[in-house]
Design a protein around this ligand. Structure first.
Ligand code: AMP
Ligand code: ZN
Length: 433
């Protein structure tokens, strides 16, 4: 099933024409309405009329998270304040929050893109959606909420937290779709077991998981435990919120990025140069239809590649590969670049480990060190210490072999790593600043 057949299956040449038309309109609009953009364009010697082809987007300056902070809170609005009907913000761990504004039309478009994403995941109006994404300033909860409503599905706006109560309601209401972060789905699973509920008795069929990086190995783990099809959803508040890109259930591989609303590029994060189609780099997004706070060439810091191969589902929009991590989260351990997701893959392929881990980065003298704390499962935990030590050595050897770094492995007791209702905190950086 396809929600918006006309737009989702548009021939690529038509889609690109539509993108160009929207890009030209946008560039003109921000040039005349947002002083920040007018100044930036002038510094690079760019005028709206210079954008003649889609490729010309590369002459426009990038927008970065810091630009949103510098213009905190409403400095990047492109419409009068009275036209803004909603704001969201992402807390961020450092500095000021980044704020985003929406007009009524932006909110409606977002709902339609979320509905599109739900349908791509196989959701229909007869489904009951347990929405455990947080409601509030975070975009996850409300984003999924409005999409589900215009699709006509039944939404349970449970938000994050109160995990015991969540599993009770899942037993009583019989939701068929679960929306939350991948890490929270495992927390729900554990809590269900602890409450004497067999998750196989629940009616769940589809999981829509995102907001944090996760791996294919994690997907297998979740699908086996929760007995559902786990699909990847991508989004970020600066651009819109959830529903920027979504895996379709037909291919269940890579996420269609809704190109009638978003123009995507992949750049080399070090040089800012555009990379050829299909190469791995940083995702850069230009919003093509946002009214309140459009962004030009926003550097997402998310590392992925574009998959241009036509999808079996019939949608013509390109797909982006599972996000490998954020360039900010890339660890450089004694000269070797490591993404937490690479460690996750190795851990989850190891028998006896639970899918809960944390990476602790520290510094000894001039050297960065990495400790991997990972929980063992109950069965292994009661095993002899000798066996556990052997397992530590084995994981250490695998990480050395595949990633080329020596790390310290600490096997920890089941349920000792903190669980959260939202995004899991995978990296703890103890290096002196
Ligand atoms: P926020 O603005 O708080 O919604 O956070 C957006 C960020 O969450 C993105 O820039 C990504 O780094 C991350 N994110 C969202 N969805 C995914 C996903 N499916 N896989 C990996 N990372 C994701
Ligand atoms: Zn597809």
């Amino acid at each position: 099933m396809i929600y918006d057949v006309q737009n989702e299956t548009m021939p690529r040449d038509e889609l690109e024409q539509l993108q160009l038309k929207r890009l030209q309109y946008l560039v003109e609009k921000v040039y005349y309405n947002v002083p920040f953009y007018r100044q930036k364009f002038s510094e690079s010697g760019i005028k709206p009329e210079h954008i003649k082809t889609l490729d010309d987007v590369k002459y426009l300056p990038f927008t970065e998270k810091q630009d949103l902070r510098n213009n905190y809170p409403f400095g990047l609005f492109a419409v009068p304040k009275e036209n803004v009907v909603r704001v969201h913000a992402s807390s961020g761990t450092t500095g000021k929050a980044t704020v985003v504004g929406y007009t009524q039309r932006d909110v409606n478009n977002w709902a339609k893109l979320m509905a599109r994403s739900f349908v791509a995941a196989g959701v229909t109006r007869s489904d009951i959606i347990h929405n455990a994404y947080g409601y509030g300033l975070f975009t996850g909860g409300l984003g999924a909420h409005y999409g589900a409503e215009i699709l006509g599905a039944t939404i349970v706006p449970i938000s994050g937290g109160g995990t015991k109560r969540q599993v009770m309601l899942m037993r009583d209401f019989g939701p068929t779709v679960l929306c939350c972060t991948p890490s929270y789905s495992l927390y729900l699973y554990e809590t269900a077991i602890a409450s004497g509920i067999d998750v196989r008795d629940l009616k769940l069929k589809i999981g829509i998981f995102g907001a944090e990086p996760w791996t294919d190995e994690m997907r297998n783990e979740i699908q086996n435990k929760l007995n559902l099809r786990a699909l990847n959803i991508y989004g970020l508040s600066e651009i819109m919120g959830p529903g920027v890109a979504m895996e379709c259930i037909t291919a269940q591989e890579d996420m269609h990025i809704w190109e009638d609303h978003f123009l995507v590029e992949i750049i080399d994060p070090a040089t800012g140069e555009n990379l050829p189609l299909g190469e791995v780099g940083e995702l850069v997004i230009t919003t093509l239809t946002k009214e309140a706070q459009p962004l030009i060439r926003y550097r997402t810091r998310d590392i992925t590649r574009i998959n241009p191969i036509p999808c079996k589902c019939g949608r013509t929009h390109y797909r982006i590969e599972r996000i490998k991590g954020r360039s900010d989260d890339m660890l450089i351990i004694r000269g070797v670049n490591v993404f937490p997701s690479q460690i996750e893959s190795i851990l989850l392929e190891t028998e006896g480990l639970a899918p809960h881990y944390q990476l602790i980065v520290d510094r000894e003298g001039a050297m960065d060190t990495l400790e991997v704390q990972v929980e063992v499962d109950e069965k292994l935990f009661s095993d002899e210490i000798k066996h556990l030590q052997r397992l530590e050595k084995k994981i250490q050897a695998n990480i050395k072999e595949f990633l080329g770094v020596t790390v310290k492995i600490s096997l920890v007791e089941p349920r000792t790593i903190e669980r959260t209702a939202g995004k899991a905190k995978r990296v703890i950086d103890r290096r002196p600043k």
